[in-house]
Design a protein around this ligand. Structure first.
Ligand code: SF4
Length: 315
């Protein structure tokens, strides 16, 4: 007879790694194979401590500034993208580089450059200090782009008279919050130019839809991710707003509050776009050890997107 307490585990899909993260990690691993360690990576290749530790153990050195690597060192740029100035610096220091910026971030960079050439002042909706925002703002002169973090920032724009305006966004924002900010912007600038296709990427959108689909069914949700991972933080917000007040971010099972788990019956588990599946699996294994677990899988979208790796590494 099974005397273990019963738990229901909701596993929404999609969750975890996206195509951009997969590509960036692949680029680092293939570079290690081809060129051998040490390989320098500017900024965390993706925002996840497990991934960073794993790559460090294989000979990757993470740096924040190119000056922290010897002149001429091989360097990889992280998935979040870089401002133009970093590219110029790498060339000046004769550092062979590989750009692991996600192609969907590059798309936003290209939009910024095109809109600037067309004479528009650009509003970038995003979070100050995030490397993706720094990279996007660094594609054009700083006086041609204004960062908008929330609706309060939009109100401040009323007094300024721009001839032509456009908007772009960070790729990992809350879909709902961003829509509200865009609506506010449209009230002030009815003719504002919008990207032909959403800048918030498919992976961010799908993971938010997925957590929404389980939130009202769960007493507790854990989102596996990292404090500096924008899309993971957004998942926690969406979980809370969509019906599960007890939605928490954890980096791995060491942060699970098992006393809380004991009290809850319906538990949800998902992961941000930079969190590896092994961390999800560890949680499931532990839960299975302790309880009689019924798994309920809910899928809201199919994902079969992949991005090519640079030819230098694929040949
Ligand atoms: S979250 Fe989106 S933009 Fe960021 S790496 Fe993944 S696919 Fe690219």
């Amino acid at each position: 007879m099974n005397l273990k307490l019963k738990k229901i585990l909701y596993l929404p899909h999609p969750r975890g790694f996206c195509a951009g993260v997969d590509r960036a990690i692949n680029i680092v691993e293939l570079s290690l194979e081809k060129y051998g360690p040490p390989i320098f990576v500017r900024h965390e290749i993706v925002h996840n401590p497990w991934v960073i530790k794993d790559l460090e153990s294989k000979g990757v050195i993470f740096i924040e500034n190119l000056r922290d690597a010897p002149k001429g060192s091989r360097v990889i740029f992280s998935a979040h993208g870089i401002p133009k100035s970093v590219l110029i610096e790498a060339k000046a220091k004769e550092m062979p580089f590989i750009d692991a910026t996600c192609p969907l971030v590059i798309k936003v960079h290209n939009e910024a450059k095109r809109l600037y050439r067309d004479g528009a002042h650009i509003f970038l909706i995003g979070h100050e200090g995030h490397p993706e925002v720094i990279g996007t703002m660094g594609q054009i002169p700083l006086d041609a782009i204004t960062l908008i973090q929330d609706k309060q920032d939009v109100k401040k724009l009323k007094k300024i008279n721009y001839k032509k305006v456009a908007l772009i966004t960070q790729t990992t924002l809350s879909v709902d919050d961003t829509k509200e900010i865009i609506d506010e912007l449209k009230c002030i600038f009815p003719n504002i130019i919008q990207p032909p296709k959403e800048d918030i990427c498919y992976a961010t959108t799908n993971r938010q839809l997925a957590i929404k689909s389980i939130a009202s069914k769960c007493d507790l949700i854990y989102v596996i991710g990292a404090n500096n991972s924008s899309n993971s933080l957004r998942l926690v917000e969406v979980g809370k707003r969509s019906g599960c007040d007890e939605t928490y971010l954890i980096s791995d099972i060491s942060e699970v509050n098992w006393k809380l788990v004991e009290k809850k019956q319906k538990i949800g588990l998902t992961a941000g776009a930079s969190a590896p599946d092994i961390l999800i699996q560890e949680f499931i294994n532990e839960l299975n050890q302790l309880y009689n677990v019924e798994i309920k899988k809910i899928s809201v979208a199919d994902e079969n997107i992949t991005f090519k790796i640079p030819r230098e590494l694929s040949e």
